[in-house]
Ligand binder design. Structure first.
Ligand code: NAD
Length: 349
């Protein structure tokens, strides 16, 4: 297959491309605008493969997108390009409306016209896989409740509302035009190459630099964490084996309170970076003493948790990484890859 991946220079898109190049015989064309969140260094060795190509294109630019389709003739599209940071969506929602909603619409239309003209065999084979988030479901009530694929949408932030809108567009293009679509909704990802504005890398890097570790509200918000490479495997499983028109929830069975995540990171850093000037060996209270509670984010959902039994049952996917092993790998990666996070745009210091 030739797979067109949008947003392949981002956190999850780059993990997906590294997975496809390393573990399959498929080719990839990476369509990315390279916003502040895009970094081609995240592709690693995959970018030198003869099965990899890059197109510097904004998904809102329909004619540039059409040229990419004409040149590369993909068999599948995996759509990850998005504005993805909730705090930025609160400060400036316009880019979220533009890329996540209008961009998805333009990509769907480009796909539809391309797909309509394919011969019968390639037409039957073609897939459009839209990658979305569990945040579209809003807040969960009660400690035992889980999001399933039929949970009604109730997004809370401009980010999650824009993703919910794009999910609806994708389903409408399937229902109305017959475009062979798949949707997956995933919980919070973590792992290597994560842009330092997001919770886990932000805390690791602030701790290493002796800066405050800002925890929203009382830190009791619960998120379900999935190691990014487990997500990449799940996405490839969905696009190659998923049933057209279906939705798959993807989660890691790792429900953790934000404060617990930050405290665990502090303990890992005590163990893995004891020579750091802010560790317990060198400063009273160590990394934990940097934790500070800050005013909560407006509209902050209290709890997200995914029921991933459908993808496990029907496609045989399960996460391989536990939260403990994944977090350890992540901390080790940030300790060893300073040159990546110091690169333009991602250096927070
Ligand atoms: P990211 O912000 O790290 O990467 C987004 C990528 O999209 C960047 O490379 C950026 O340059 C590119 N991009 C942005 N606007 C574009 C445009 N107009 N045209 C072309 N490229 C553009 O995001 P991520 O964390 O890798 O998330 C990828 C997808 O997965 C998003 O759709 C997000 O909603 C979804 N998702 C993320 C998480 C998570 O925890 N990170 C969880 C569930 C779902």
């Amino acid at each position: 297959m030739k797979i067109l991946v949008t947003g392949g220079a981002g956190f999850i898109g780059s993990a997906l491309i590294r997975h496809i190049i390393a573990h399959t015989e498929d080719s990839v064309v990476n369509v990315d605008k390279l916003t502040y969140a895009g970094n081609l260094d995240s592709l690693g060795e995959a970018s030198s493969s003869p099965r990899y190509a890059f197109a510097h294109v904004d998904i809102c630019d329909g004619s540039a997108l059409k040229r990419v389709f004409d040149i590369h003739e993909p068999d599948a599209v995996m759509h990850l390009a998005a504005e993805s940071h909730v705090d930025r969506s609160i400060d400036g929602p316009a880019a979220f409306i533009e890329t996540n909603i209008v961009g998805t619409y333009i990509l769907l239309e480009t796909c539809r016209f391309y797909w309509q003209d394919l011969d019968a065999e390639r037409k039957g084979f073609f897939r459009f896989h839209h990658i979305s988030t569990d945040e579209v479901y809003g807040d969960l009530e009660g400690p035992g409740a889980l999001f399933t694929e039929t949970t009604p949408y109730a997004p809370s932030s401009p980010y999650s509302a824009s993703k919910a809108s794009s999910d609806h567009l994708v389903r409408a293009w399937h229902r109305t035009y017959g475009l062979p679509t798949l949707v997956s909704n995933c919980s919070n990802n973590y792992g290597p190459y994560h842009f330092p504005e997001k919770l886990i890398p932000h805390m690791i890097l602030n701790a290493l630099h002796g800066k405050p570790l800002p925890v929203y509200g009382n830190g009791q918000q619960v998120r379900d964490w999935l190691y990014v490479e487990d997500h990449a495997r799940a996405l490839y499983r969905v696009v190659t084996a998923g049933e057209v028109g279906e939705t798959y929830n993807i989660g890691g069975h790792n429900e953790k309170r934000n404060l617990e995540v930050v405290e665990t990171l502090c303990e890992l850093l005590e163990e893995m970076a004891p020579e750091n000037p802010h560790s317990r060996a060198n400063r009273e209270g160590g990394f934990r003493s940097l934790i500070t509670f800050v005013k909560d984010r407006p509209g902050h959902d209290l709890r997200y948790a995914i029921d991933a039994s459908k993808i496990e049952r029907t496609l045989g996917w399960k996460p391989e990484e536990s939260f403990e092993s994944g977090l350890r790998k992540t901390v080790a990666w940030y300790l060893e890859n300073e040159s990546w996070w110091r690169k333009k745009g991602s250096d927070p210091f």
